[in-house]
Design a protein around this ligand. Sequence first.
Ligand code: ADP
Ligand code: MG
Length: 218
Amino acid sequence: MTKVVDMTDKGNGTNGAELTGAGAKMWLLAFVDRVVAGADELTELDREAGDGDFGWNISSALKRGREGLEGIDEAHPAQAFQTVADAFLASGGTSGPLFGLWFGRLGAGPTAPWGVPELGAAFGTATEAVRRLGKAEVGHKTMVDAMVPATEVLTDATARTWREAVSEAARAARAGAESTGGMVAHRGRASYLGERAKDVLDPGAVAVAWFFESAEGV
Ligand code: ADP
Ligand code: MG
C-alpha cells in the first residue's frame, strides 16, 4: 500500500497519523515538565483532600522517568510508556502503583507506531486495569474520573490522526477532572473527609488531564 505524503510532519520524527516512539517520548517528557512545574498545586489539592504528598510522589517518580526516557532508543511508544511505568515502581502513596499499572499496560502495547485504533486499545486495557485495582468507578473522585472519559474518546475516536484523538481525549479528561470538584470521595484518603473535601478537585484526576494535555505541543 502506498503511503500518502504526510503534510503534518513536523520534522521531529513523528508522522501525522501515528504516534511514534519519538512522539511518545516527547509527549511524556512534556508531561514530566508539566507535573514538575505544577507539583505544588497537586500537593495543595492533596493537602486539602488527603495528606499532602501527591505532588511529591508523582513528581519524584516522573523525574526518574525523565532520566529513563532520555536513555531509550525511541523505537516505539510502548518502550517509552514502559520506561515511565518502571519509574513508578518505587513510588510512594496509593497513586504510585496505580500510575505504574496504567503506564505498564500502555507499555505492553504494540511494538510499532500506534494509530488511533492501537491508542484506543492500549488505553482501554490500561484504564480498565486501574479501575479494577482501585475498585474505582466514575464518580468516586479519583484519577479514574479523568481516565475513563478520555479512554472512551480514544476507543470511539473517529479522528484520523493520533493528535486529533488525544486532543479530544484531553478535553474529556479535563472535564472529568473538573467534575471531581463537587464530588464526595468514595476512594482514597479524601473519602475520610466526606463533605469537607467536596469542593476540592482530585489531584490524581488533574494529573491525568495534564497528561493528555501534554501531547498538545508534540
Ligand atoms: P495517598 O492517599 O496514599 O497519600 P497519593 O497522595 O499518592 O496517595 O495519591 C492520591 C490520589 O490517588 C488521589 O488523588 C486519587 O486520584 C488516587 N486514588 C486514591 N485511591 C484510589 C483508588 N482506590 N482508585 C483509583 N485512584 C485512587
Ligand atoms: Mg496523598
